[in-house]
Design a protein around this ligand. Structure first.
Ligand code: TXA
Ligand code: MG
Length: 348
């Protein structure tokens, strides 16, 4: 497939004009990659089952992994769900538009392929102005997973999208790269207390400030096998770099020593080894590809960098990655969730 590539830097009259072709492609039942404030998404008309099927084919995504439906105005949620729970309304008022996805009971207009076998649908109202304008112009809600090949790190930069999906989507809209870099927080509003299924930039503390009690799915923080019923997406290996990755646990000093020891025992091949360090610890290492995730004082910056750093290791041809563990708290939960998954929950 020949993919139309469109660059939009500003949403002025010219930028809006550039959205017309991809919006028409959506109406014709094709797939289009568009930017959001979290990661790029691969969108199709959520109400057209044939269009949605093309998303699964383009990504190589398992068919039972449900999709998030993206809207361009709060009022559009009404048609997608049977009812809006009071607590969901509170979260919409507090965090929409933004990186928060709400799971609610689905209405009859949601095709089976969007959330196969489930009574629910995940809805997100992104804040990225191009995303909103694009959905509005397309004139329908867009089902959109992250625009990576299934199992690869989510795309936070245009070049990642091109690597994975050039030739697999009808069009790709590139823009300035997303400000957040990790996918949205996903919360199940069909249970009470509501339960976070995927942590993101909207933190647990922020959710609790609005709702009071909020639970977190056990597999978010723990190294356990996923709960198949609640969030089908969690059972797949995710975000994986091509190299084998492990997370190194311990006190900061111990972590550095363990990694140094491993590199020095790499049988003379230190350049096949990547070290995912931080600004504060980089200088301790002498061998291997040493890359900083950012400063330990800025977990949001670290989160933003994670996926692109994993792809950098791939470009370098790194075969083994040692990632430093960082302390778990409200601000680092989302980052650690992705880091552990990328490592397939392998720790030393
Ligand atoms: O920030 C984001 O959320 C990005 C951008 C493009 O909006 N999208 C994204 O989509 O990350 P995706 O498909 O990569 O991840 C969606 C997650 C999956 O883990 C999926 O299993 C879960 O949300 N999910 C979707 N619908 C669900 C439902 N009805 N019930 C439970 N989990 C659901
Ligand atoms: Mg994804």
């Amino acid at each position: 497939m020949k993919t139309i590539i469109i660059n939009i830097q500003k949403l002025d009259a010219e930028g809006l004009k550039l959205l017309e072709v991809p919006a028409a492609l959506i109406r014709k039942g094709e797939t289009v990659v568009f930017p959001t404030e979290t990661v790029y998404g691969l969108g199709a008309n959520a109400l057209d089952p044939e269009a949605v099927k093309k998303i699964f084919i383009a990504k190589g995504r398992p068919e039972d992994n449900p999709l998030i439906v993206h809207i361009s105005e709060i009022s559009e949620v009404d048609a997608l769900v049977t009812h809006i729970p009071v607590k969901a309304k509170k979260l919409m008022d507090a965090f929409w538009p933004g990186p928060l996805t709400l799971i609610m009971e689905k209405s009859e207009i949601i095709p089976e392929v969007v959330s196969p076998g489930l009574k629910t649908v995940a809805v997100r109202f992104p804040s990225h102005e191009i995303a909103r304008a694009f959905i509005k112009m397309a004139g329908c809600p867009l089902a959109a997973p992250s625009a990576n090949l299934s199992g690869r790190p989510s795309p936070t930069e245009g070049k990642h999208v091109l690597e994975d999906l050039d030739g697999r989507a009808a069009a790709i809209i590139l823009s300035s790269d997303g400000e957040l870099g990790l996918e949205s927080t996903v919360i199940d509003m069909t249970v009470d207390p509501p339960m976070v299924l995927r942590p993101g930039d909207v933190t647990l503390a922020e959710l609790r400030e609005v709702l009071g009690e909020v639970l977190v799915s056990a597999n978010v923080t723990k190294n356990i096998l996923p709960d198949k019923v609640r969030s089908p997406g969690m059972k797949y290996s995710h975000y994986s770099p091509k190299g084998e990755m492990v997370v190194v646990k311990g006190k900061p000093q111990e972590i550095c020593e363990k990694i140094k020891h491993a590199v020095s025992h790499s049988h003379g091949k230190p350049m096949t080894i990547g070290i995912l360090a931080t600004d504060e610890t980089m200088e301790f290492y002498k061998e291997g590809f040493i890359i900083s995730l950012g400063s330990r004082n800025d977990p949001r910056e670290m989160a933003k960098n994670l996926f692109s750093r994993l792809r950098t290791f791939d470009e370098l041809g790194v075969e083994k990655i040692y990632a430093e563990d960082i302390p778990l708290n409200n601000e680092t939960l989302a980052l650690l969730n992705r880091l552990y998954k990328a490592a397939g929950y392998t720790f030393i």
